[in-house]
Design a protein around this ligand. Structure first.
Ligand code: A3P
Length: 307
């Protein structure tokens, strides 16, 4: 906490003292409510910096997720798809950058497209993103699996620090107190944008991508303005990209097994756990499942959005 305090501007320190505050169930001890969403202090500082200074380009591609909804997968798929012509043979990945790099700090501009990634809710996006013609891909995931993924992730990050109980964390998640949450508001902001501007926002669901990965990769490539040609399809390029970006492949790479995040110091392996649909049944009681489903149903009422 002290290190974080030292990295905040006076403006943010003052702002924090005026904001609603909750004890965090994640790596950060506290979350602050700003523009109806919850942030650790360090992310709030980053948000203000981005809102003021970030200049979007019409050619940018912004990948947006609630945390733990498959960001790592989406980044890999987009990176491999957008850059597939840069490598001598896109299906022979001997030297592919994904084999030796983790994309956690992500602003990669191998191609003309800058690939950026964020969890910021739609309402808080910098004006320059809203006003530009840049494209966004939003990936969401069933909140029950998202919560369980978050729970394990935070426990790994907290290591020897105290973990609250699963029940306490669940309560907070249901109340919306989670980084970049409430979960449902984050989804709905981009869901609505995707309905209003389908040419700007591609809205994807983790579960559907797991079920029919090729169909969704083809859709993604088309949305990115780089559809797979008949020849590429014949050559099995989409399948090769899916293999390269698969959970099994990425999680078994040396960089992701033993690599660490610079500065923050935690292992890239924390971003890989099971990569499956439905693991929440192994952790949540039927009552908890029913409660979360009810909240989801109510929150999405009349929106047309469902899991
Ligand atoms: P689980 O904890 O359910 O296994 P994020 O990347 O947004 O932090 O999300 C992490 C979740 O995505 C974790 O879910 C992780 O295992 C899963 N994941 C990571 N890489 C993946 C991949 N290549 N394909 C599918 N799921 C992946």
């Amino acid at each position: 906490e002290q290190v974080i305090q030292n990295n905040l501007t006076e403006e943010v320190k003052n702002l924090l003292s005026s904001l609603p505050k909750e004890s965090g169930w994640m790596i950060s001890d506290h979350l602050y409510q700003y523009q109806n969403s919850w942030y650790p202090a360090i992310h709030l500082q980053a948000l203000l910096n981005i809102q003021r200074n970030f200049q979007a380009l019409d050619t940018d591609l912004v990948l947006v997720t609630n945390p733990k909804c498959g960001t790592t997968w989406l980044k890999a798929l987009c990176f491999a798809t957008v850059n597939r012509f840069r490598f001598d043979n896109p299906t022979s990945k001997q030297h592919h950058p994904l084999l030796t790099n983790n994309l956690i700090y992500f602003c990669l501009s191998f191609s003309a497209t800058r690939l950026l990634s964020t969890h910021i809710p739609h309402a808080s996006l910098p004006d320059s993103i809203k006003d530009s013609q840049c494209k966004l891909v939003y990936l969401c995931r069933d909140p029950k699996d998202t919560f369980i993924s978050f729970w394990h992730f935070n426990n790994k990050l907290r290591k020897n620090m105290e973990h609250g109980s699963l029940e306490e964390a669940f309560e907070k998640f249901c109340e919306g107190v989670v980084e970049f949450g409430p979960f449902w508001d984050n989804v709905l902001g981009y869901w609505k944008m995707s309905l209003e501007s389908p040419e700007r926002v591609l809205f994807l669901k983790y579960e559907e991508m797991k079920k029919e990965p090729k169909i969704h990769l083809m859709k993604l490539a088309e949305f990115l303005g780089s559809p797979f040609s008949a020849e590429e399809e014949n050559d099995g390029v989409p399948e090769e990209i899916l293999k390269l970006c698969s959970f099994d492949n990425l999680s078994n790479l040396e960089v992701n097994k033993t690599g660490k995040m610079p500065m923050a110091g935690f292992e890239f392996s924390v971003f890989f756990r099971r990569g499956e649909v439905g693991d929440h049944v192994n952790h949540l009681t039927p009552e908890m499942i029913e409660r979360l489903d009810k909240i989801t149903e109510q929150k999405f009422l009349d929106s047309g959005m469902k899991f």
